[in-house]
Design a protein around this ligand. Structure first.
Ligand code: PGA
Length: 256
């Protein structure tokens, strides 16, 4: 059996006002707030972190942000620092999501600075990687993922590496309803684990969680989560309703 507890993170993207977020968190915590057999994280937009955090108080569900800026403070209009997130009791942060990479031109080097800043401030990165459809069709999947993993984790100390969760999110599967097959996902997850082993050694690599993301939903989750190197999920669409998100939590617990 895997020594890794499953981790399920909801990426709400640019959805939910502060009030809507409070209501959704209330439903999630009512159904799954005391579960400790799965690590659960919700990642609302910045403006809803405070209201969501208040509703999470007393539950085992953790609070995540969707981005941060690597600098401590200063003239970075529109940006949010790790300290600001910590002050709202945020424990996790999604970094390098493909929407940030493509729509906001984030480079591997910039994402690396964010990963290092997060770790420095005791925030746990959910560090995303994944290939586009064109890259997959060109047979470049593993090469692309290798570059993203290696460049994104430069300078991460072995001692801190287990704080990171890597999320493999094939870009062609995000929000499209097209999910990777369990074989496609497991192949890349095992490859990522081999890269982590090369970088941090086997004992550390065996502890790092590798999440799958991209149209994961209650109907396809059980077979994905049953794969030996799939340690949870980063959930977009299906995390916006308590019912489907909680069903995914149940599936993750069952797949242990
Ligand atoms: P999806 O999004 O579940 O809606 O495909 C996943 C993600 O982008 O993290």
């Amino acid at each position: 059996m895997s020594q890794r507890k499953k981790l399920l993170a909801g990426n709400w993207k640019m959805n939910k006002t502060s009030a809507d977020a409070g209501a959704l968190v209330r439903e999630i915590t009512a159904a799954a707030g005391q579960r400790t057999d799965v690590d659960i994280v919700v990642c609302p937009p910045f403006t809803a972190l405070e209201s969501a955090g208040k509703m999470l108080d007393g539950s085992a569900v953790r609070l995540g942000a969707q981005n941060l800026h690597p600098e401590k403070n200063g003239a970075f209009t529109g940006e949010i620092s790790a300290d600001m997130l910590r002050a709202l009791f945020v424990s996790h942060v999604i970094l390098g999501h493909s929407e940030r990479r493509t729509l906001f031109a984030e480079s591997d080097a910039f994402i690396n600075l964010k990963v290092l800043a997060a770790l420095k401030h005791q925030l746990r990165p959910i560090f995303c990687v994944g290939e586009t459809l064109a890259e997959r069709e060109a047979g470049a999947t593993l090469r692309v993922v290798q570059t993203q993993v290696e460049r994104g984790l430069v300078g991460v100390a072995k001692e801190q590496a287990t704080e990171v969760a890597v999320a493999y999110e094939p870009v062609w599967a995000i929000g499209t309803g097209k999910v990777a097959t369990k074989e496609q996902a497991q192949e890349v997850h095992a490859f990522i684990r081999s890269l982590l082993t090369k970088h941090f050694g086997d004992a550390v690599a065996q502890k790092i969680r590798i999440l799958y993301g991209g149209s994961m939903k209650p109907s396809n989750a059980p077979e994905l989560l049953a794969q030996p190197d799939i340690d949870g999920g980063l959930i977009g669409g299906a995390s916006l309703e308590a019912r489907s998100f909680v069903e995914l939590v149940t599936a993750a617990a069952a797949a242990k």
